[in-house]
Design a protein around this ligand. Structure first.
Ligand code: PGA
Length: 253
């Protein structure tokens, strides 16, 4: 059975004090209220990972993610953070290829494939993001475009390594806009992507892969979206900045 996952991408938000409060509230609520078979992940800004890992670390169904990492192992790369550094402080997951990284920092599928490798080499789980723009959605070929992001970013992996990857489908037109993909649109794309995974790795591996939906997911629409057969949870942006709402989303399966 594939895992149910809800991950909160805090992006570039919160002071240290605010981050501590948010994380400790989430940890308490998850312990008290969220089913043990749901994995809850928070992805705070990198600066806070060391401190917040101490809150999430002891909770068996919680993880902590970095929002990015370098594609290089170590060395003279000013300002970068390596996968081995993240591993050394107890980070469990790394978001790779978020559309904001692709768009504002020009990250290419080739670099993202290197990041996926280095995250796996360091024993962490990549959350690999894909998704089409509004322009692409309004035209033809957006299914094939999203599939190509997977082909170029993760299809070089062995079946064994591929089994360690989580995928997040995030239509760019739904991120931070309040425009959610309908549950039918999410299901349609997730089913298509699972078929694409099956064509490369076989149905068994495809059926074991968690595919999360992201884009204006909130406590009101999560239940409907998560009820779709190929949606295994969510990557949550804005709504992950409020502990009550984020926990309610994690309870929406
Ligand atoms: P949003 O962001 O929930 O604020 O739309 C989702 C994401 O970018 O991961």
């Amino acid at each position: 059975m594939r895992k149910k996952i809800v991950a909160g991408n805090w992006k570039m938000n919160k002071s240290m004090d605010e981050a501590m409060i948010l994380a400790s509230e989430v940890v308490h609520m998850v312990k008290d209220e969220v089913n043990a078979d749901v994995q809850v992940i928070i992805a705070p800004p990198a600066l806070y990972l060391t401190t917040l890992q101490k809150h999430t670390g002891p909770v068996s169904n919680m993880g902590i993610a970095a929002q990015n990492c370098s594609n290089k192992a170590s060395g003279a790369y000013t300002g970068e953070i390596s996968a081995s550094m993240l591993k050394s402080i107890g980070v469990t997951h790394v978001i790779i290829g978020h559309s904001e990284r692709r768009q504002y920092f020009n990250e290419t599928n080739e670099e993202l494939a290197e990041k996926v490798n280095i995250v796996l080499e360091n024993g962490m789980t990549p959350i690999f993001c894909c998704g089409e723009s509004l322009e692409q959605r309004q035209g033809e070929g957006f299914f094939a475009f999203v599939a190509s992001q997977l082909t170029e970013g993760i299809f070089h992996l062995s079946a064994e390594d591929f089994g360690k990857v989580v995928i997040a489908y995030e239509p760019i037109w739904a991120i931070g806009t309040g425009l959610t993909a309908s549950s039918a649109q999410a299901q349609e794309m997730h089913a298509y992507l699972r078929g694409h995974l099956a064509s490369k790795y076989g149905q068994v591996v495809a059926d074991e892969t968690s595919i999360l939906y992201g884009g204006s997911c909130n406590e009101k629409n999560a239940e409907e979206i998560f009820s779709q057969p190929d949606v295994d949870g969510g990557l949550i942006g804005g709504a992950s900045l409020k502990s009550r709402e984020f926990t309610n989303i994690a309870k929406s399966f």
